[in-house]
Design a protein around this ligand. Structure first.
Ligand code: NAP
Length: 246
């Protein structure tokens, strides 16, 4: 049975991806900091739950040593913290965004590349974002981290050319998960307002892109998929209809 490792599997896109991959017959190893949630999901889908903090190099090394083989790595852990303009940047929030999105992707990929290579048919799928190629007011810390993450993915595709390892980027627009609650420091009302009057994507819709990319024949590399809600044309161009429940 082929093994998929999904980071950030305790919530949102990562949890939906673990479900989708398990449904496709993958052995799935779930990583995140909230192990109680991972264990619940692992019991439901027949996967394996393991503590992982991608901002901590030791945690990454320990996790990767314990997972056994690896055919597919889904670099999904990450997120945003804050909406301050550059002038009011909060260094700790920026550090966390770079550490989880960009450095985390580097650490996990670096550590698992030997296993992906020796599998003979490896695949790295990374959840970036439209923030990887767009910018918006108040978003510099997140967009800078996602631009960096996208650059890592694109560089990997060059560096691994000729090896049996595929490199895929999934870049979603607005998806209703815990993303905005985390970004806005737990303010649920402010997080709800992000999706007010429009219909955002749901996590399973992004997970389906990941599942599909992973299900292609070995010689087919899906470079990138950009997926947005119909109600979104750019990061800040969103069609909102008052009174509409999404
Ligand atoms: P979410 O519901 O908040 O899930 C984020 C996941 O990342 C959680 O499982 C969280 O687990 C994990 N995580 C965060 N920091 C971590 C760390 N240091 N170590 C290990 N795991 C960590 O948000 P989501 O929308 O599913 O986000 C998943 C990915 O999609 C992120 O990379 C995000 O940037 C990207 N994305 C989201 C959207 C959107 O609109 N929602 C759009 C584009 C891209 P623990 O807290 O349990 O560790």
């Amino acid at each position: 049975m082929r093994t998929a490792i999904v980071t950030g599997a305790s919530s949102g896109i990562g949890a939906a991806t673990a479900r989708a991959l398990a449904g496709d017959g993958w052995r799935v190893v779930l990583g995140a900091r909230r192990v109680d949630r991972l264990e619940e999901l692992a019991a439901e889908i027949g996967g394996e739950a393991r503590h992982l903090d991608v901002t901590d190099p030791e945690s990454v090394v320990e996790f990767c040593a314990a997972v056994g083989e690896c055919n597919l790595l889904v670099n999904n852990a990450g997120g945003a913290h804050g909406v301050e303009p550059v002038e009011a940047s909060v260094e700790d929030k920026w550090r966390l965004m770079f550490e989880s999105n960009a450095m985390g992707t580097m650490r996990m990929t670096k550590e698992l590349l030997p296993k992906l290579r020796s599998s003979g048919d490896g695949h790295v799928i990374t959840t970036t974002s439209i923030a990887g190629f767009e910018t918006y007011r108040g978003g510099a810390g997140y967009t800078a981290a996602k631009h960096a993450q996208r650059a890592i993915v694109q560089t990997l595709r060059l560096e691994l050319l000729g090896e049996p390892i595929r490199i895929t980027e999934i870049a979603p627009g607005l998806v209703e998960t815990e993303f905005s609650v985390v970004r806005l420091g737990g303010d649920e009302a402010a997080a709800d307002a992000v999706y007010r009057g429009m219909t955002p994507l749901r996590a399973p819709e992004v997970a389906e892109c990941i599942r599909w990319a992973a299900s292609q024949p070995s010689h087919v590399n899906i470079d990138e998929i950009v997926i947005r809600p119909r109600d979104q044309a750019r990061a800040t161009e969103v069609a909102r209809r008052e009174g509409r429940q999404s």
